[in-house]
Design a protein around this ligand. Structure first.
Ligand code: F6R
Length: 262
């Protein structure tokens, strides 16, 4: 695991977009695992700019979103499919046939989970998984006590997460769906590389526990400590409770692989 701290949210988003763009350029057919939420909005906006201004080519991209609310159709403005269309897909040259979001309207959630996993396998697995982190420590919607080997399935959201996401539902946590389909922690850990982005002080405490605390199913993000190619990219505010930050900064300032990003 490597932790990179940037001075503010904008510089963090710029570097996240740079890492993603680099992956896209590296491989003709690339499989991206995508996240939604406030943290990702600016990152997608920068990727759209890169497409428009520099010709960043999404035609070889396949994508799999982490999660979708159960009970919301793809057309619902609050669905994660709508979010992806709005923030990224409709502005770049990705083939919509190659974009995947779990079906929140599936009658049989068990089969839907299996189908989603099969689709990921069919394209050879995820090359780069993009993640945010929830205040409960969730990645995807893997709330506390999600098995560290879990696969795509339905999951109940905690009251805290419904509160965290209420803003998108007119401020009323009761309007936030109570369940979601989500890739499992085990699904996420199979990605060949992972980039987790966290912004703001509200993430500082949970981020420190996830990165520097023990691995526990109470904090799904702590399972990322097991992954051999995981970058954690955060702004100053989100980094404020990390005890090892002097070392993380030293690595970023001195490792040759980071020279081009400093
Ligand atoms: C979204 C997702 C969630 C979010 C997390 C952070 O697809 O899987 O894990 O990444 O809740 O959300 P924001 O960025 O809104 O703080």
């Amino acid at each position: 695991m490597e932790v990179i701290i940037r001075p503010d949210a904008e510089k963090t988003a710029q570097l996240a977009a740079t890492f993603i763009a680099q992956k896209i350029k590296e491989k003709q057919k690339i499989v991206l695992g995508l996240a939604t939420g406030r943290t990702m909005e600016r990152i997608y906006a920068i990727l759209v700019q890169m497409h428009k201004n520099e010709g960043l080519d999404f035609s070889g991209c396949h994508s799999f979103n982490l999660d979708e609310y159960i009970g919301l159709s793809a057309e619902d403005p609050n669905s994660y499919r709508s979010y992806m269309d709005y923030h990224l897909f409709r502005h770049v040259n990705i083939d919509l046939k190659n974009t995947h979001v779990p079906n929140g309207m599936a009658q049989d959630v068990h089969s839907e989970g299996k189908r989603y996993e099969k689709e990921i396998r069919k394209v050879g697995g995820i090359d780069l998984q993009l993640l945010g982190i929830g205040e409960t420590g969730h990645i995807g919607f893997n709330e506390p006590l999600s098995a560290l080997m879990s696969r795509t399935r339905d999951k109940s959201l905690t009251p805290h997460t419904r509160q965290q996401n209420a803003e998108m539902f007119g401020g009323d946590p009761e309007k936030v769906p109570s369940r979601a389909m989500t890739m499992g922690v085990g699904t996420i850990l199979e990605a060949r590389s992972i980039l987790l982005v966290a912004l703001g002080e509200s993430k500082a405490s949970i981020l420190a526990k996830a990165v520097e605390g023990p691995i526990t199913s109470m904090i799904s993000a702590s399972a990322l400590q097991l992954h051999s190619a995981c970058r954690i990219l955060v702004d100053e505010a989100a980094a404020s409770q990390l005890s090892g930050r002097q070392y993380y900064d030293w690595v970023f300032q001195n490792e040759p692989e980071y020279a081009q990003y400093r």
